[in-house]
Design a protein around this ligand. Structure first.
Ligand code: ADP
Ligand code: MG
Length: 509
């Protein structure tokens, strides 16, 4: 460890500066570091992006022994270990993605007390090899990252997280029998979203001893929540395209509920907004491909990622300016975590939820199809109901979130669709003036044409179609043929309509 002789050992503040290059702690970081240094058990509930990793990485550097970190995803482990290695901090990991030799190597370094931080998945805790190594290793602190995975009531229940408590008992028994001095094993659990019920479950399950609790309000004041109610899938796609166009120069994520819709939306955007650099991400893709797309997104070569909830846990990209939910999430925990990926730099970000009533059936059907106990189904249905009330109720969105997560927010946020009284108007609030003008022209020309041909205007073109034309501004016959409702039979008529409207408005670019 590099240090100046005058101040050794370095303080937490100095490590923050020397290793991580930051001048100031963020809220709670210093207090958590102190608690861990005192060997006190900790439960920290702090929103995504608030800097939870430093809270255990710094004590790991200040204290003797190894800090073992349980983390749910390989991508998360790799990301953190790489960050630490760059800073010359001895960190390692054990994942199924490594070769056998690499695994053996890291396991033996772990056994020989060479790592300050060692990362493993919860599944690893059942491996005999790992258990044997951990008895030889010098584990002083156990960190449970994304600890809500322990809770059945949390949104990402992961049965193997339940093994952690067995592992703790195993280690503690061993420590007792070898009688190490000052060798208390301290535990610290970190999560971004946990209702008070989930918090209680974490504490009980891990048997945290007198844990010091740190809860940082997860209410992010820089997120503008907008729910857009649509009456058909057609409008949903149209608004989706509008929103993407509006944010075309920014980074964003579209969350969809199924792998199929991830691909469908991808092709939709490719077709109508071909300049957007986009791709999709879901668990059905090969791991290498997923990692590749994630990297491209992290580095800005993909600006819009269309993803299922397989994407995102722990993702740390600062400048995501918008998130669009193509369907409501199955729970408010999921929803809040997903929108929390926007605006991590603290700058304003807008998050949209496109709500089409039939979406709820898809969720319900999905829950009923899954192999779960009745109790688990009941939990899921209950969560879905809470999501439903959130979407349907006309109360400040931020206040509703606060209430759900037991963190009451005293004032309405003043920037969500409810506060802005936009619940009915949002639909049209992002149409450009030029589009509006063009649409008016189309309507007018349709009327004239209808009179001339002595048929009703909607026989020439439906309002849907005019809206598509106004938004997409097709330039050629081929463009027109892409639109739903235009075929060889009516292409001439529609071309005529568009051409006359263009000459009237004098512009179409
Ligand atoms: P979380 O696990 O809470 O989602 P991370 O630990 O991934 O958050 O940290 C989010 C980002 O904040 C990282 O880029 C990290 O380097 C940065 N960060 C953490 N602490 C500080 C700090 N005190 N000052 C500035 N940036 C910080
Ligand atoms: Mg984290």
């Amino acid at each position: 460890m590099a240090h100046s002789d005058r101040s050794y050992p370095p303080t937490a503040q100095q490590i923050l500066k020397q290793y991580f290059g930051f001048d100031q702690f963020r809220p709670h970081q210093f207090e958590i570091i102190q608690a861990i240094n005192r060997q006190q058990d900790v439960l920290a509930v702090m929103p995504t992006g608030s800097g939870k990793s430093l809270c255990f990485q710094i004590p790991a550097l200040m204290q003797p022994g190894t800090t073992l970190v349980i983390s749910p995803l390989i991508a998360l482990m790799k990301d953190q270990v790489n960050h630490l290695l760059i800073k010359s901090i001895s960190a390692g990991l054990l994942t199924s993605a490594m070769t056998q030799t690499q695994q053996e190597e890291n396991l033996s370094l772990f056994r020989l007390h060479k790592f300050k931080l060692f990362y493993v998945s919860p599944e690893r805790l059942k491996s005999r090899k790992f258990l044997q190594a951990s008895l030889k290793a010098d584990i002083r602190r156990l960190i449970i990252d994304e600890a809500h995975c322990i809770s059945e009531w949390g949104n990402d229940f992961r049965p193997s997280y339940r093994r952690i408590s067995q592992f703790v008992t195993f280690l503690k028994l061993h420590k007792k029998s070898t009688g190490g001095k000052n060798q208390r094993l301290s535990l610290a659990a970190f999560t971004a979203t946990a209702t008070s019920r989930t918090q209680t479950e974490i504490i009980h399950n891990l048997q945290l001893k007198n844990p010091q609790k740190f809860v940082l309000s997860l209410i992010r004041t820089n997120l503008r929540m907008q729910i857009i109610h649509v009456t058909s899938l057609f409008y949903k796609n149209l608004y989706l395209l509008r929103l993407v166009k509006k944010h075309q120069h920014q980074n964003g994520i579209i969350y969809v509920y199924s792998r199929q819709s991830a691909q469908d939306i991808y092709y939709l955007i490719k077709k109508f907004l071909p300049t957007i650099k986009t791709n999709y991400y879901h668990a059905g893709l090969k791991k290498a491909e997923r990692n590749h797309r994630e990297r491209l997104f992290m580095h800005g070569e993909i600006q819009l990622l269309i993803a299922t909830n397989a994407f995102g846990m722990g993702i740390d990209k600062a400048n995501i300016r918008y998130v669009i939910h193509y369907q409501p999430s199955p729970s408010l925990e999921n929803y809040y975590q997903e929108i929390g990926r926007a605006g991590r730099d603290g700058q304003p970000a807008t998050v949209y939820l496109l709500h089409y009533p039939a979406d709820w059936f898809i969720h319900q059907t999905f829950i009923h199809q899954q192999h779960m106990t009745e109790q688990q189904k009941k939990i899921k249905i209950n969560k879905l109901k809470n999501m439903f009330y959130f979407v349907k109720n006309n109360r400040c969105r931020t206040q509703m979130i606060g209430q759900y997560f037991s963190q009451p927010v005293s004032q309405p946020c003043g920037q969500c669709d409810v506060c802005l009284h936009q619940t009915d108007r949002t639909k049209f609030s992002f149409i450009t003036d030029q589009e509006k003008q063009f649409r008016q022209q189309l309507i007018e020309q349709r009327r004239r044409l209808a009179q001339k041909l002595k048929i009703s205007p909607t026989q020439i073109a439906t309002n849907h179609l005019l809206e598509q034309i106004a938004f997409l501004q097709p330039k050629t016959g081929t463009d027109l043929l892409q639109l739903a409702g235009v075929g060889q039979g009516n292409i001439q008529l529609i071309s005529q309509l568009v051409a006359s409207s263009v000459t009237e408005t004098g512009s179409q670019s």
